[in-house]
Design a protein around this ligand. Sequence first.
Ligand code: MN
Length: 246
Amino acid sequence: MDRKQFLSRSLKTAAGVIFVPALLNEEVLGASSDTGRKTPGAPTPSAPLAFSQVPLPYAFEALEPSIDKLTMEIHYGKHHAAYVKNANEAILSEGVLAATEEELLQHASTFSAKVRNNAGGAWNHNFFWQVMAPGNSAPPAGKVLDALNGAFGSFEKFKEAFTDAAMKRFGSGWAWLVSGNGTLAIGSTPNQDNPLMDVSELKGSPLLALDVWEHAYYLNYQNKRAEYIANWWNVVNWDTVAQRLG
Ligand code: MN
């Protein structure tokens, strides 16, 4: 799948969330200036891109007992806030010109580690908060269940494979369920990389993500990542997954 096809696909998946960048217009491809670390071929945006934190769609304590209140307060209020602040500082100080968050991520290899890590952290956490919801979530049904059955054999086999990806991510990173090329795939990324980045081995349109950095679970679970993952399934928001599946 080439980049334009991918953009088109991801825009369909995220319809209503992001706008179609002018990058898709053939006429602007190749137009570039000599100043700033802009993405290749992209038009010059009128203002620097700025990340922001989505409002948390539930209270800090709403995901208990799977995820405790203090972990959520620190995770959202300190860790995520810092990624957003540092991403925006780096975008300004390094003169990064990108029209959309997704366009920046797709050109991650052309930017500094500070931009890559913090823009990734800003985007990944905004995604993460929205794929969780309070209450014991029922297993997926309808088109999500059909898609999981088709790709992995059964919901239980999907859970096993996703848990395995989350467990085997050495050190800090994320586990993902992505769509692309007409199918679903499971994988993981290190640090704050994600499947939208050109540097990522796993590529696709994210449907579900799990943060397996120790800051996501250590206060309540200490070293027991497996227990954190097992309890996290209780707060997965399958409605959001269904919306992203399109
Ligand atoms: Mn995190």
